[in-house]
Design a protein around this ligand. Structure first.
Ligand SMILES: Cc1cc2nc3c(=O)[nH]c(=O)nc-3n(C[C@H](O)[C@H](O)[C@H](O)COP(=O)(O)O)c2cc1C
Length: 190
C-alpha cells in the first residue's frame, strides 16, 4: 500500500515537473486563437475599452496589402443611432471596414478582407466576440452604410464587424475537410 502511495506521489510530481518544463509557446497561443475563433452574434451591454479598439485597429492595419497600398479605411461606430441603422445584431461597437478605390484599383477587397480577419482574431484574443456582417456587394446595404456614415464615393464598405463582450460562448465549427484539398492537380492525392 505504502509503495503504491509513493508511486502515485512520484507520478504526480513527474507530471507537474514535465508540464512546468514545457510551457505553452507563443506559437501554440496563436494557433489556439485561430482554431477557437467563432462568430459571435449576441453581446452584453458592456462597452469595449478604447485600448482594445485601438489594438484591433492596429492588428487590422498589420495585414498584408497588395503592393502595400493599404487600400482601406476603418470607421469605428459607437453612436447608438448609427449602430441601430447598420447593425444586424445589437452590440456596443462596430467597425466598418471599407475598401479605398483611390488607393487600390482592383485589390481593395482583398486588403479589406485580410484586415477584417485580423480584427476578428484580435477581438477573440482580447476576450471579445465579433462577426463579419455582409455589406459588399449588396447595393442596398452599401447605400445604407454609405448614407449613415457619410462615406465619400471612393470608399466602399465591405462589411460591418459587430463587436462586443459575448453573452454566451459560441460553438466553434470544425471546417477541416480534406476533400477541399488537391495535390499538384485538381483531385490529385497526397
Ligand atoms: C463574406 C462573409 C459574409 C458574412 N455575412 C454574414 C452576415 O451577413 N451575417 C452573419 O450573421 N454572419 C455573416 N458571416 C459570418 C459567417 O456566417 C460565419 O463566418 C460562418 O457561418 C462560419 O462560422 P464561424 O465564423 O463561427 O466559423 C459572414 C462571413 C463572411 C466571411
Amino acid at each position: 500500500m505504502k509503495t503504491r502511495s509513493f508511486l502515485t506521489v512520484m507520478a504526480l510530481l513527474a507530471f507537474f515537473a514535465c508540464n512546468a518544463q514545457t510551457p505553452r509557446s507563443d506559437k501554440d497561443a496563436v494557433l489556439d486563437n485561430i482554431l477557437t475563433r467563432a462568430s459571435v452574434r449576441s453581446f452584453t451591454s458592456k462597452a469595449v475599452e478604447p485600448e482594445k479598439v485601438e489594438t484591433m485597429l492596429r492588428s487590422g492595419m498589420a495585414a498584408p496589402t497588395a503592393m502595400n497600398k493599404q487600400a482601406w479605411h476603418f470607421v469605428v461606430v459607437t453612436d447608438k443611432t448609427k449602430l441601430k441603422a447598420i447593425q444586424q445584431y445589437e452590440s456596443p461597437l462596430a467597425i466598418v471596414v471599407c475598401g479605398d478605390t483611390m488607393k487600390g484599383k482592383d485589390l481593395w477587397i482583398a486588403d479589406a478582407s485580410l484586415a477584417s480577419e485580423n480584427i476578428l482574431l484580435t477581438a477573440h484574443a482580447l476576450g471579445l466576440g465579433a462577426v463579419w456582417t455582409a455589406v459588399y456587394p449588396r447595393e442596398e446595404t452599401i447605400q445604407n452604410v454609405r448614407k449613415t456614415l457619410q462615406l465619400p464615393d471612393h470608399l466602399i464598405p465591405v462589411n460591418t464587424i459587430i463587436i462586443g463582450y459575448p453573452a454566451a460562448d459560441p460553438q466553434v465549427k470544425d471546417k477541416w475537410n480534406p476533400e477541399n484539398i488537391s495535390y499538384n492537380t485538381y483531385g490529385g492525392k497526397k
